[in-house]
Design a protein around this ligand. Structure first.
Ligand SMILES: C[S@@+](CC[C@H](N)C(=O)[O-])C[C@H]1O[C@@H](n2cnc3c(N)ncnc32)[C@H](O)[C@@H]1O
Length: 254
């Protein structure tokens, strides 16, 4: 399901990926000086973090995993001039490797998994002793304005769950066996030209799914128009509208 949503968004994602770009940058900036022999990236998508890893670690082979078939096809083509990036279609929740990696990185992807603790345990098994896991996560406060408005307009169709919180994510890392070396927590408001542009952006990013905004039952055309109009009115800022993104970067080891 998640795979299909991101496959559909593969061609349009980059134009509207500002919060994801900032998070990928924060993940790379959190890394100390290191010289890994190989890198595993999980949920690589259209490769915003991949691109930064390529620049930061010249000549290092990167295994870039994504669960969405079309996303993998798209990025394999896009990154064709970097044969050291090996694009792999697989689910990060269960992806196990025979040889452990000295560096595993992921940005704006693992909030999609249904069982974060189990996923972290799998990642723990793929990491070398003293290796680094650099994780950028979208957290529960992301798009909170939209969730609040949906609750008012169509309470029976409101999301039944939301993204994990900061403390919960750190706890899940500890439970999987990781030792957290560094953590950065931030909340940022991103401006969009209009509510319409905002809705188009989150749709094209593929983030309009269950865990962020709820898709248990789709909104009717009327409810959608009301949502856009009310969003424009209630969350206006600087000639456009704003949306909150809550994120965290964790640097962990085993
Ligand atoms: C918002 S994109 C972020 C991509 C990229 N890391 C970035 O920084 O722009 C999220 C990606 O995670 C992938 N994804 C979601 N769940 C996944 C899973 N369980 N295993 C692997 N990839 C997953 C999606 O297919 C999508 O390409």
């Amino acid at each position: 399901m998640i795979g299909r949503r991101f496959s559909a968004a593969a061609k349009t994602y980059d134009r509207h990926a500002r919060p994801q770009q900032a998070l990928a940058q924060a993940v790379v900036s959190a890394l100390p000086e290191l010289y890994p022999e190989q890198i595993l990236e999980l949920g690589a998508g259209t490769g915003q973090l991949t691109r930064l890893l390529i620049d930061r670690f010249p000549d290092v082979p990167i295994d870039a995993v994504d669960v969405a078939e079309k996303m993998v096809e798209h990025s394999r083509l896009k990154f064709g001039k970097f044969p050291r990036v090996n694009w792999i279609e697989a689910d990060a929740q269960t992806y196990l490797t025979e040889v452990p990696y000295p560096l595993i990185a992921s940005s704006a992807a693992l909030h999609w998994v249904s069982n974060l603790r189990k996923t972290f345990s799998t990642i723990f098994q793929c990491l070398e002793n003293d290796g680094l896991f650099a994780l950028g996560m979208m957290l529960g406060g992301t798009l909170k304005e939209l969730r609040e408005l949906r609750q008012t307009i169509a309470p029976d169709k409101a999301p039944s769950d939301s993204l994990t919180g900061y403390a919960e994510t750190e706890e899940a890392l500890h439970e999987a066996g990781f030792r957290v070396l560094r953590k950065i927590h931030s909340e940022e408001q991103i401006l969009y030209d209009s509510a319409e542009e905002f809705f188009r952006a989150i749709h094209e990013q593929g983030v309009t799914g269950r865990r962020v905004t709820g898709d248990s039952e789709p909104l009717t055309r009327g409810e959608l128009s009301e949502l856009v109009a009310d969003y424009q009115e209630r969350f206006a800022a600087d000639g456009g509208v704003y949306a909150t993104y809550e994120t965290a970067v964790f640097l962990a080891t085993r």
